[in-house]
Design a protein around this ligand. Structure first.
Ligand code: GDP
Ligand code: IMO
Ligand code: MG
Length: 421
């Protein structure tokens, strides 16, 4: 058996949480492979709504095992609040959630460093989620990090040494803080984390595969936020791409199976950085309003624009996507005009369909598509799709040279149409 990977192809918030939940019944094990509580994955079913940050989105379907993999960075304080909220709503997880001992810990001082670095950048700030993601991955790569497995032995000593080092760095910034307050909740989080099975998850996952069971890997963020291939430096600090599932779980490349690439029928971005198809007009406002495009973690309004096929084609290539999943097409149901960016005009006037090194000053070249103007939110079969929507799907499949297997027509679990092969 191989590991199927599900990941975002744009700048995050494509709807990964919803689809992982929908696909979970077909799997035995669901795993997160990178990112941390910068993620906000929304699930809706039976009139309830949940937003998950560090916990995989496979926890609500049929008692499946879920794993927080070694590539994830974990904030014990936020993890505890997530666990507590789920317990209150009747979803105790200690039996079903396991955590890799190799996952790195986000310390309270990592959050402070994140804030200090951002404020020092002034107008050049990344617009991070403020969860300490960058400083934690920095410590991992510079071999200064603390891992979940460390909490089992002499932890206080290691923690104090790491914090002393961070405080030295913070002294260089004009930044005031109250560490004690953060530490109380953080150490409560450490106690909560200890209640879970802390495992060598690479063995667990590979053994599961060997036993003929099915594993789904859930990505966070999106390809355009990847540390290597995204719109650097306005990216997150992990590999959000398919290769990240190999390093973030300990799965060999030859054991990757299906690669599900998720995208919205339009495009959004939170935080700073280039976004070629961004709309600053009423159409952009309309997308935000109808699509309810506000950050699920920070509440920040998301920047909205037309679908960008140059960026999407690049993302399909980098990830080796085998199957596409289109989300939120319902948001476009009532739109008079629908556009797709098919090429970029470079500053020297050249037209390109290849994703360039810089996208700061490219001009999108659009193709106008026929509107469908039908409310599809209650459809349950692809045969109900209007002709013009079918044409839109055909157009995207041709441009991206990849089949679209699932179409999501609303936030609820049930509003999902799996297409016949
Ligand atoms: P994720 O980070 O990729 O899991 O995505 P988010 O949860 O941050 O953002 C996706 C948002 O769109 C959430 O509010 C979902 O409830 C919602 N959503 C997901 N799929 C659809 C869809 O097909 N239509 C509409 N209208 N909303 C959707
Ligand atoms: P999900 O998994 C959208 C963005 C931030 C910022 C940049 C760096 O819900 O799709 P970070 O805190 O990671 O250092 O911030 O990345 N960002 C996201 N945008 N969805 C996310 O996650 C994101 N996680 C980080 O807004 O621009
Ligand atoms: Mg999100």
């Amino acid at each position: 058996m191989k590991v199927d990977v599900l990941l975002g192809l744009q700048w995050g918030d494509e709807g990964k949480g919803k689809v992982v939940d929908v696909l979970t019944p077909g799997y035995d094990l669901v795993t997160r492979f990178q990112g941390g509580p910068n993620a906000g994955h929304t699930l809706e079913f039976e009139g309830k709504k949940f937003v998950l940050r560090s916990i995989p989105s496979g926890i609500f379907q049929g008692g499946k095992i879920n794993i927080i993999g070694n590539g994830v960075v974990l904030d014990p304080a936020l993890f505890k609040s997530e666990i507590d909220a789920l317990e209150v709503s009747g979803h105790p997880l200690t039996e079903r959630l396991k955590i890799s001992k190799k996952a790195h810990l986000i310390l309270p001082t990592h959050r402070l460093l994140d804030a200090a670095y951002e404020s020092a950048k002034g107008s050049g700030k990344i617009g991070t989620t403020g969860k300490g993601i960058g400083p934690t991955y920095t410590d991992k790569v510079s071999r200064n990090g603390l891992r979940v497995g460390d909490i089992l032995h002499n932890f206080r000593e290691k923690y104090d040494a790491a914090v002393a080092r961070h405080i030295e760095i913070l002294k260089q910034y004009d930044f005031s803080y109250n560490l004690q307050e953060l530490e109380t909740a953080w150490f409560e989080g450490i106690e909560c984390t200890k209640k879970f099975d802390l495992i060598d998850s690479e063995h667990f996952i590979n053994d599961t595969m060997k036993a003929g069971k099915k594993v789904l890997a859930e990505g966070a963020q999106g390809t355009m936020l990847d540390i290597d291939f995204g719109s650097y430096p306005f990216v997150t600090s992990s590999n959000t791409i398919c290769a990240g599932a190999c390093t973030g779980l300990g799965v060999a490349p030859r054991n990757i199976g299906e690669v599900y690439g998720i995208f919205k029928a339009y495009c959004t971005r939170v935080g700073s950085g280039p976004f070629p198809t961004e709309l600053f007009d009423e159409t952009g406002d309309e997308m935000r309003k109808i699509g309810f495009e506000f950050g699920s973690v920070t509440g920040r309004p998301r920047r909205c624009g037309w679908i960008d096929l140059v960026a999407l084609k690049y993302a399909v290539m980098i990830n080796g996507v085998t199957q596409l999943i289109m989300m939120k097409s319902d948001v476009m149901d009532g739109f008079d005009t629908i556009k797709a960016c098919v090429a970029y005009e470079l500053p020297n006037g050249e037209i390109t369909r290849d994703f360039p090194y810089e996208i700061d000053n490219v001009k999108p070249v659009y193709k106008k598509l026929k509107r469908w103007n039908v409310d599809m939110t209650k459809f349950n079969d692809e045969t109900q799709f209007p002709r013009t929507f079918k044409d839109y799907i055909d157009f995207l499949e041709t441009e991206l040279e990849t089949p679209i297997g699932i179409i999501s027509i609303g936030p609820d679990r049930k509003q999902t149409i799996v297409r016949k092969k």
